[in-house]
Design a protein around this ligand. Sequence first.
Ligand code: NAG
Ligand code: NAG
Ligand code: NAG
Ligand code: NAG
Ligand code: NAG
Ligand code: NAG
Length: 484
Amino acid sequence: MHTNQVYSELVTVHNGSHKWWHRRWFKIIGIFVIILIVFGVVLALVLNFVVFAPKKLETSTIATTSSSSSPLTTTIPIPSSLTTTISTTPTVTSTTTVPRTVTTTPLVVSTTILPQTATMTPPLTSTTTLPPTTVTTTTQQPEWSVTGNMNTARVYHTASVLPNGKVLVTGGNHGSTDFFNITELYDPTTRTWTITGSMINGRYDHTASVLSNGKVLVTGGDSWGGYLNKAELYDPSTSAWTTTGNMTNGRAGHAASVLSNGNVLVTGGWNGGYLNSAELYDPSTSAWTTTGNMTKGRAGHATSVLSNGKVLATGGQDNSGNIFNNAELYDPSTDTWTITSNMSDERYRHTASVLSNGKVLVIGGMRLDSNVYSTVYSAELYDPSTSTWTTTGNMTKGRAGHAASVLSNGLLLATGGYDNDYLNIAELYDPSTGTWTTTGNMTNARDYHTASILSNGNVLVTGGMGIGNIALDSAELYELFETN
Ligand SMILES: *[C@@H]1O[C@H](CO)[C@@H](O)[C@H](O)[C@H]1NC(C)=O
Ligand SMILES: *[C@@H]1O[C@H](CO)[C@@H](O)[C@H](O)[C@H]1NC(C)=O
Ligand SMILES: *[C@@H]1O[C@H](CO)[C@@H](O)[C@H](O)[C@H]1NC(C)=O
Ligand SMILES: *[C@@H]1O[C@H](CO)[C@@H](O)[C@H](O)[C@H]1NC(C)=O
Ligand SMILES: *[C@@H]1O[C@H](CO)[C@@H](O)[C@H](O)[C@H]1NC(C)=O
Ligand SMILES: *[C@@H]1O[C@H](CO)[C@@H](O)[C@H](O)[C@H]1NC(C)=O
């Protein structure tokens, strides 16, 4: 009993104390729960109005850089956080920075345009998925503008940018049975042309190369049936021409490349037949030496000096009239040619340009199927490190007898050419996306014109054959950057 009593008292006490603590805990837990609820409500309100509200705006779209006459305008979804950055950044700022850095690394571009966003991960992620046209879209719309006319209309002429920034235009013909020696200089600062010393020999479909000593070497060319072996040098300091050593072969429709050692490699061309021969000019001796023959005779081909010093010759036409896809490499250290991979398309009067990433972009040209000529839309890239070709985006327009210029922003500008008629259409290739977008039309449609990159980044287009088979004296500028 006693023990039971004690036990029950203990139980009672114990029960009493248990109940007391229980009630205390209940209050504490209750208060805690209320605090939790209040906190939850506040958190919900904060999430609703502060955190989630802007995120809903992320799906809103804005049109970036809808600069007046731009055919490249696109609408791009951009997070609202970016929107504010863009609106506070003058459009001009982004437009001037983009072209310079586009070249190889699109991601770097976006960080340079919008440095403020560098710390924000979502905007950077979204830039990787931006449509291909974005890069060109954000560029300031470059303008074609007419500049001073040349003194002479000409086609199949040459244009060379001199070390002093002026452009030397030589020879050509008027589109009829003539050819001439008239030479003139374009001054980018005054945008005018002045006649300079005449070549000793009139010629068209020749080559002109700027030597490391600043002189210009002109080789070969046509004089209506007379295929010249003659070469001459222009000295900008005296504005005069002097004869230099003769080539072994007379040739027109050939190609000339300045090698890294300063020598000039002249390849192929025609002289009644299509030449496989190549020869080297040494400026220090003014003499020519024959070097290894190409594996194939060719004219209307294109050559490119690779960063490894080798020269890539592509396509052209041969003695049997075939237009082909063959490509071969010249190695200056051995003076020999070796075949490299074929292009996927046959091409004649195409262009080949070394991009800033070291690859060679070959575009357009003419092909021949069952005795029918057609222009080529396609473009392909040669990778010197693998010696292989890969196709890249087609141009929007087939073209042959066009010109191609690698701009200082890394894009490639293709101008004019011929596709059933003379073309005024210009388009830009973006190596980072492998795509083409049209840019402003030239004032004049033209083929067999020249395009030269001036020291301010603008492109000077001169002459060529225009609508109605009339040779042009007009020149126009593709203005890439503000020049002020
Ligand atoms: C250039 O050609 C013209 C006409 O054919 C000729 O009269 C003139 O002498 C030539 N100039 C030179 C420097 O040979
Ligand atoms: C160059 O070739 C021409 C013929 O095309 C010839 O009349 C002239 O004498 C040659 N010049 C030299 C330096 O051999
Ligand atoms: C180069 O080819 C020509 C024919 O086009 C030939 O006469 C000459 O011997 C060849 N030269 C070499 C070094 O094979
Ligand atoms: C290139 O193509 C021609 C046919 O056009 C073929 O005879 C030749 O074997 C090809 N060369 C290579 C290296 O694939
Ligand atoms: C380019 O155009 C040719 C037809 O000329 C077509 O066969 C080819 O598929 C096109 N390539 C691309 C990448 O669109
Ligand atoms: C450019 O010229 C072509 C005709 O060659 C024409 O179809 C096109 O509309 C022109 N584009 C612009 C933007 O004027």
